[in-house]
Write a protein that binds this ligand. Structure first.
Ligand SMILES: [Zn+2]
Ligand SMILES: [Zn+2]
Length: 585
């Protein structure tokens, strides 16, 4: 599959036919046409490891001989050769690049693999059917990976990828495994050993990727990803590119390949490593966004974006030097402030859509909670009233505060800017319809005054619950989040609750004491006084509980026999009343 015509040199863009160049070539790496002046270098192209599946590199007649490549590919190749030498990159081998990226991380990890059957199956399936093999990467990464893997057999390579993914999934069960992680793990194993790859992966997912990027939360799938996409589109619009509509469609279709795999499926090796390096240095997702914008701006000039398979061609156009230049400026396309405003705006918009009492919204809410439509309407109504009133209160309070603060401002213009930016972000946040932590805690207190049947949690526990459901970490539960939270808290099954508290506490494991506390919250008090409860505790005892162990516990007969009846009547009335009550506090 080759998408270009022999017309222009891929480096200098000279018209090859008009010049009547008798001698033009095809670059043996990127497979693009190139003029003689722009292809003076030769390198040894890797033999694809598994010829059976390999994308044919038909242009190479003899893999033992150095091949003519274009200047772009030569620059890319030289870059990673230097890296391979400088850092001693080799498959599943600890290299210096790791500490350059994420510092010296604790190297001891407990290898307790209690992975769920479904995760295990899907990881095995992805890796063993070859979804992590070098030949599936783009033209440049394929060469880089093959070179790092040289000398190791396929079984060993696959085993190490599987080990990293299993480790990651068991330590991060809330996210679980998503396709694309296998490719991330493959690249990481080129720069570190299994343990290191696991640490870098952890770092990426916990420190760099915005919250809830991969979340499959009910009713708002991949909400962090959607917010990022919204931001990128708004930005592209403001750049006034000629074919904005095309670009926007392109982003809708190709967004996952650019965003979810951190540009891995688009950029060539040098550009990718420069982008990732910057991302680790800044500890931020912004370099990825900048790289996407640069790629799209370049692509919009060169390519017909409606053509199939174009995403693979884009990276051939991007030079790492251009990317480095972009990263050296703080606001090449946008500043972190501008990004934040857009992201907050997206969350504001979605939060407002959930208090809408349109049929479709109600239908969606009904589907993801265990309240019926009437109950939802009742709570929604009070929730909306609450939001509107608390908004006007907090805006006036905010105004007063800002006047006070500006009086105290120093002369420093930096402080001024920070302050004004902060103010603007706060204003966008105020557009949101939601309930904040304080109000949520008050509400739960109110609720319990009416309803003693439920186990009352202390404020700290409710804070954990709040944080858990505050998916996009905006310190505000929008109506969807709020309703899901209540529906599990008040009407959830034992297993749902256990999952909820477990994940609120930790992402990995609990000590036996902590776990018993957890059980004492979830299991009704009258059941706890029974003898059976003690033998149940003995039966399930473990010094340490992983997520999988915890799921096992919910299969215990004590739990399934006693799965207590969930209160259905009146709850919604009391919630609505409580909301109404806290409004005036
Ligand atoms: Zn040329
Ligand atoms: Zn090339």
């Amino acid at each position: 599959m080759i998408f270009f015509q022999k017309s222009k040199c891929c480096v200098c863009a000279k018209d090859l036919q008009a010049l009547k160049l008798r001698k033009s070539y095809r670059c043996k790496m990127c497979h693009q046409d190139v003029c003689i002046n722009c292809s003076e270098n030769r390198v040894k192209v890797q033999i694809p490891q598994n010829q059976l599946y390999a994308k044919p590199n038909d242009f190479v007649k003899d893999f033992n001989l150095p091949q003519r490549v274009c200047d772009n590919c030569f620059r890319d190749y030289s870059y990673y050769q230097k890296l391979i030498q400088e850092y001693g990159l080799k498959w599943n081998t600890r290299s210096l690049l790791q500490s350059k990226w994420i510092g010296k991380q604790e190297r001891k990890i407990k290898i307790q693999i209690g992975i769920s059957e479904s995760d295990r199956e899907i990881i095995d399936k992805d890796v063993i059917t070859g979804r992590s093999e070098a030949f599936l990467f783009n033209y440049s990464l394929r060469e880089f990976i093959t070179q790092c893997q040289e000398g190791y057999d396929q079984t060993y390579i696959r085993e190490s990828i599987i080990k990293v993914l299993q480790l990651f999934v068991t330590h991060y069960p809330i996210i679980g495994y998503c396709q694309g992680m296998n490719q991330i793990a493959t690249i990481l194993l080129c720069v570190s050993d299994e343990e290191g790859a696991f640490h870098i992966m952890n770092y990426i997912f916990k420190q760099i990727i915005p919250p809830r990027f991969y979340s499959n939360s009910q009713g708002a799938t991949l909400i962090g990803y959607q917010a990022e996409l919204y931001f990128l589109k708004t930005l592209l619009k403001s750049l006034n590119l000629q074919n904005f509509d095309q670009l926007s469609n392109f982003l809708d279709v190709s967004g996952p390949q650019m965003l979810l795999t951190l540009m891995l499926q688009v950029l060539n090796t040098s550009s990718l490593l420069v982008t990732w390096g910057e991302m680790f240095k800044r500890n931020s997702f912004i370099p990825i966004d900048q790289a996407i914008i640069l790629s799209l701006v370049q692509a919009s000039r060169t390519f017909d974006l409606t053509k199939q398979g174009i995403i693979e061609e884009i990276g051939k156009n991007i030079k790492y030097s251009d990317l480095s230049q972009i990263f050296s400026k703080e606001g090449a396309y946008f500043t972190s402030f501008e990004r934040q405003v857009q992201i907050e705006q997206y969350y504001s918009q979605t939060s407002r859509s959930w208090v809408n009492n349109e049929k479709l919204i109600l239908f969606r809410l009904k589907k993801i909670t265990n309240f019926d439509t009437e109950e939802i309407l009742e709570i929604q109504n009070e929730f909306k009233k609450y939001c509107m009133e608390s908004r006007s209160v907090s805006i006036s309070r905010h105004d007063r505060q800002s006047i006070k603060q500006s009086a105290q401002l120093t002369d420093s213009s930096d402080d001024d800017t920070d302050y004004l930016q902060n103010l603007q972000i706060q204003q966008v946040k105020l557009q949101k319809y939601g309930i904040n932590k304080e109000a949520f805690l008050d509400l739960m207190e109110q609720f319990h005054q009416h309803q003693t049947k439920y186990q009352i949690l202390d404020r700290h526990k409710y804070e954990l619950v709040f944080n858990l459901f505050d998916e996009n970490k905006t310190e505000l539960l929008d109506f969807r989040e709020f309703l899901i939270c209540l529906s599990i808290l008040l009407r959830g099954s034992f297993e749902q609750k256990l999952k909820m508290f477990f994940t609120a506490h930790t992402g990995s494991s609990l000590k036996d004491q902590e776990f018993q506390t957890l059980l004492s919250i979830i299991i009704p008090q009258d059941l706890q006084s029974q003898d059976e409860y003690q033998s149940f505790l003995k039966r399930i005892y473990k010094p340490q509980y992983s997520y999988q162990d915890m799921l096992q516990v919910s299969q215990d007969p004590f739990v399934s026999d006693n799965e207590y009846k969930r209160e259905r009547s009146q709850t919604s009335v009391i919630i609505a009343q409580s909301l109404n009550h806290i409004k005036y506090n």
